[in-house]
Design a binder for this molecule. Sequence first.
Ligand code: PLP
Length: 394
Amino acid sequence: MSEAQRTIYLDHAATTPVDPRVVEAMQPYWAGAFGNTSSIHGAGRAALKALEQARSTVADVLGCNPMEVVFTGCGTESDNLALRGAAWAARQTGRGSHIITTPIEHHAVGHTLDQLHDLHGFELTVVDVDDYGRVDPDAIGRAIRRDTGLISVMYANNEVGTIQPIGEIGAIARRKGIVFHTDAVQAAGALSLKVDDLNVDLLALSAHKFYGPKGVGILYVRRGAELVPALTGGGHERGRRPGTVNVAGVVGAAAALKLATENRASESARLPALRDRLVKGVLERVPDVKLTGHPTGRLPNSASFALKGVEGESALLALDLEGICVSTGSACTTGEAEPSFVLTAMGLPREWAVGSLRLTLGHLTQPEDIDIVLDVLPRVVARLREHAPMSAMN
Ligand code: PLP
């Protein structure tokens, strides 16, 4: 058996393999129809046609007008454009400089808002989440001020999989006339992306999370939502994201999003059964372990745990030696274990929050993978506990 066949990949929230049908859809746009979409000659027009077709495909999935779809360079860029663009526009139009968010956003959102605060003087209100990582829409409502210009709440959390009540929060924002952004990077392929049901004005996606290519992001921008471009340059993407368009990439992103939407029902039926068997097995076989995130209101492919007294990164590396790929939200950047900021915000003490472990299932996951993990993980955790007792981590 080859090395690749023996690897059990349980990190689909980090990235996914490109679907062969997506590779095929992209193929003509590397060396054949390679034109620049801004060129007005035949080669350029062929590329532009492919770009606009991709935009329509994405718009169909989101239930919006193609003009409201902007292609970017990644999910991070979509979030940056949304937040910086909407914050600056809110200030420019006199709407205000106050922004509401949560403590468990991905760094693409959290660090962008921190910079808006630190360098540009925007005021932030960070609304707490509960023990499951869920934000209360009423708490968002209570945080709204006369000068609130923007609300940003992620659709589903990347570490613990908890799904937020985006439609309800969006309804509150809409009643108050406040621009509402959601980072939906982890939601594509698992949850509905219909922007009108979600009441969102800005929604960010990243193609490599749903079996599309890396380096392509999508940003939905509701008609009328003001956005100051974060990049300045030519007039691409109606001036909202200048830069020569990655035509093969956007064609791949659109094909992948369409496939992910078509496969949503079947994957949402297959994955939770496997995921639940994994969760049950881990809780039964590993002592001092907690399921993190909401027990039911979570992404269908997401199993996440906190291991008491075990560093998440050590568990990740030990599992990697056994050919199992997983993730942790607890980094070990300075030689000392850093607790996961998501688990900390959910109220877990340090001795648990350093032991974040995320296993995310996907197209590659087979039932026998779960059996292997349930055999290996208890041994790995027992060994780590034996060799690195908790006191060593304080
Ligand atoms: N937002 C969330 C919730 C994510 O999980 C990620 C990637 O892990 C991003 C944003 C960033 O996306 P990208 O890797 O395309 O920049």
